[in-house]
Design a protein around this ligand. Sequence first.
Ligand code: SDX
Length: 433
Amino acid sequence: MAEKVILKIKKKEYELPVVVGSEKEKGIDISKLRGATGGYTTLDYGFKNTGSTTSGITFLNGEQGILRYRGYPIEQLAGKSSFLEVAYLLIYGELPTKAEFESFKNEITKHTLVHEDIRKFLDAYPERTHPMGQLSSMIGSLAAFYPESLDPNRGEDEVNRTIIRLLAKMPTLVSWIHKRHMGHPVIYPNNSLSYVENFMRMFFGFPTEEYDMDPVIVSAMEKLLILHADHEQNCSTATVRIVGSSHAPLYAAISAGISALWGPLHGGANQAVIEMLNQIHHGEGDVNHWVDKAKSKEDPFRLMGFGHRVYKNFDPRANIIKKACDDILKKLKIDDPLLEIAKQLEEVALKDEYFIKRNLYPNVDFYSGIIYKAISFPTEMFTVLFALGRLPGWIAQWKEMMTDKQPIGRPRQVYTGENERKYTAISKRKSKK
Ligand code: SDX
């Protein structure tokens, strides 16, 4: 028998259906609430308790630290799969057969180049442009080169071509943004390489020499990109869904997702963590000083890389990345003092009542920057790397929203402003200050 709940308003009772998911999560369906109750809506700042959709893509359990993509535990995918295979899984719902994966890879290689006019965009940006701003506008501008993509309802083939183009061109754009920042010549894709190898060569290679591909680094990047690939209805994914729900082009929805990810409370935290660790390393206060700052209500500072809206026990990705950190630094023979400081910070915080009471643990951003730094990525590129990883998740979530023919996203509000009042001539107005 379908589960229901009763809402009682004054003397009247209203039955609300309950949606039960495949992992027994329960959502009270309020889609008819306003009409049935004569105008009552709900209020939930930051949607902390509000589900925006059902979804079959990613399952996470914040209490038990579980994360699965299409049912596969993240630990298995991070240990055994490749980023491109995980992208296929997220977008198309199943792990590909050998033939399906070969065809997918082949499609991607046809689209790794970008229109040469894109280079004019790079020349136009000021020197100190943040790469996330560049990436967001360049991805949005791809629609200009593919006008047929402006209508996301043009049919499955067209939609899939846009999906393939996004996956294929993102590594090229990310690498070219970096090369322009460095004043170095851009490197064109080499389609004989794997997806991640191609990216590493474009990002770090030079036209004057063969790029020395290090399998240890490639493997670490595969793992990091897999761990960032999707995370159900996080801020940037919810942004992609709501922009896509107006039937704006997919390029525009992804561009909006990149902008949302940029914030230091979201994907921008991985850059902020390294900046914080560097401040500690350069003597701007020891670990306890920064923990106290993070606890102070008077201080807006938060311990970057700590805390999570959903994980109230541990972020399984942080555990995997922390271990990968030790492995890669050892293999690359790097002794990074920031790793030691990060571990001290974690140790102090996890013993502190403030963090324990609020279930604040290291999240995906706490250790990832240390690996990116060990691989020699510039700090300001860290969030761009998060976007590169999250792209297949954004695409998968957008595709699910469009396939389900979900309505345009348009939340309600509770108005708390002025009641009706009359317009007065400027000569009759008195300042309210
Ligand atoms: C990501 O949602 C996702 O899935 C995101 C993500 C993904 O894969 O897409 O996992 C990626 O964005 C990870 C989070 C990266 N951001 C940071 O590391 C920035 C620091 N973290 C915080 O800003 C915070 O923890 C959030 C934004 C991550 C979550 O904030 P919430 O859920 O809105 O919780 P909150 O701000 O209401 O905090 C609850 C309490 C507050 O204290 P009280 O008002 O109860 O006294 O905890 C405190 C907060 O002040 N708190 C922190 C803290 N995080 C929360 N205090 C100090 N340091 C922190 N990091």
